[in-house]
Design a protein around this ligand. Sequence first.
Ligand code: WT7
Length: 657
Amino acid sequence: MAQSSSIESVLQEQRVFPPSAEFAQQARISSMAAYQALYDKAAADPAAFWAELAEQELDWFKKWDTVLDWQPPFAKWFVGGQLNISYNCLDRHLTTWRRNKAALIWEGEPGDSRTLTYAQLHREVCQMANVLKSLGVQKGDRVGLYMPMIPEAAIAMLACARIGAPHTVIFGGFSAEALRDRLNDAEAKVVITADGGFRKDKAVALKPAVDQALEDDSVPSVQHVLVVKRTGAEVDWSEGRDVWWHEVQPTVSANCPAEPMDSEDMLFILYTSGTTGKPKGVVHTTGGYNLYTHLTFKWTFDIQDTDVYWCTADVGWITGHSYIVYGPLSNGATSLMYEGAPRPSNPGCFWDVVEKYGVSLFYTAPTAIRAFIKMGDQLPQARDLSSLRILGTVGEPINPEAWMWYHRVIGGGRCPIVDTWWQTETGGFMLTPLPGATPTKPGSATKPFPGIQADIVDSEGNPVGDNEGGYLVVRHPWPSMMRTVYGDDDRFRRTYWEHIPPKDGQYLYFAGDGARKDKDGYFWVMGRTDDVLNVSGHRLGTMEIESALVSHPAVAEAAVVGRKDEVKGEDVYAFVTLEGTYSPSDDLKAELKQHVVNEIGAIARPGEIQFTDALPKTRSGKIIRRFLRNLASGEAVVGDATTMEDQSVLEKLRQGA
Ligand code: WT7
């Protein structure tokens, strides 16, 4: 397991930080008794609990007939109901004072910025929706997004939602190859992209990757590419296929009614890595996702109308979907988008943004926090961070030391920290403190959100005792759960619902994480139990990287494991055996690393490649990854090696050959 060496320190963790009386007093949910009452109410009658909230919190064009239709493992929420998430994120605010409230504040890396009020955002979303229609996109057609962090990324998502065209956002850091696979799997009709974006003091091109992904008609479904001008870089142009956004925007109407969508109509597909080489298209639908992201955002960040909320994620990940765009805007909040990353020319840029806009809610990842720690306290201390009210973290287990630094240096000791555990598949927060209620413990994502029945079980599905490690599972369906793997119901069933065999018709959702629960019912997530790595909060399948490596002519066999990394959490460590005619060299190492970047993207670049004559295998030919993990971290090889086919392999690997 990824975090094995920090488990010791986490087990020792005794500190508890209750919200201050002052904070609790002004919070929406202001005591553990209030939390418990909500939790109990939801557990007693989940359907009634969610129905009441769906009625209260969202606007529906047509009310549902059935709250929950659960035919394991397939759930349908608010069946028969009709709504549109873009309507809930925009139109319904236009008849209130929020019409002229900032919906999006955007700060570009070079220092340019833009603020879009709800009325302005609505206008641009309508325009883009009309452009998509003019390009032939109809309800149900999929649209691929490959975007930098600019307002048009959010505009494009909302425009797709508005006309009922499911979007599939592909993270801008993925390579042309990865983009092609995903566009093909989704059979996207249109791709929305930009010439490029700015990141770490450089203009990073995007359009060339789209051109490459589409060349030789290798994604036959794509008919048009809509291109936003951002960096001004020269781009190749495919006449008839490519369309500039700034040219067509003025030609269309700024009015586009939101399409009434069935609650279970697909809202988006988002690809994520699993245990096989092929990424999974996680399918989310409209009603349940809208409700759950709305509510979790509202309660977990205790959103107030004076707040400026900033989530540092990229819109290419689920965090960006649920908690930059949909959750915040559905609440009428002000959501800040930042284009760049801490960069050589201004490593303190994040704190400049907090100071400049008076950010009050700040949500980032442990890997970023650890990078900030390394940069030194002087950077945040030179800025006024007194506007901050709540801090959040997501993406991987946070080590208690990083938590304490975040609390002290960024939060000035006064801001509750919400450590939110969830996944692409869960759509929204599953385990999280409620900031005015839950006493926090550094390193724990604390307790389930009301309506979530989380537990820790063994491989048979039996609950384990206090502080015993086991698998993190969820017992009852929740509104924003993924509905299926796009085009592969069977994979959905196998991966998430049959991993732990269902008993007496009781299905358990298997998250893939190991965790334990302490005597106070607090959850401590330890990390993935499967062959999935968490590198800087990004999820990467070891098989995916292995297939990328073996697609290089020099590689005979590859095994990829995680190695503990101080900042990234985990780093990619690859063991490679070569084809007969190739011999190990530093040049070849560099070439293979670059090959992985070309096949998947820079996020998957191996930190280390070790050449070896053979890999440790069981007698039946299975690679023994446990040994490789030990070797990669420079630890002693633990466990039984007698089942190994060839004992000398380990010795050679230890010697680095
Ligand atoms: C995996 C999901 C959900 C948005 C970011 C990643 C790990 C996520 C936490 C947390 C411990 C966490 C888990 C999970 N994870 N949040 N607060 N504490 N681990 O989404 O790419 O779908 O990855 O990230 O291992 O399974 P994702």
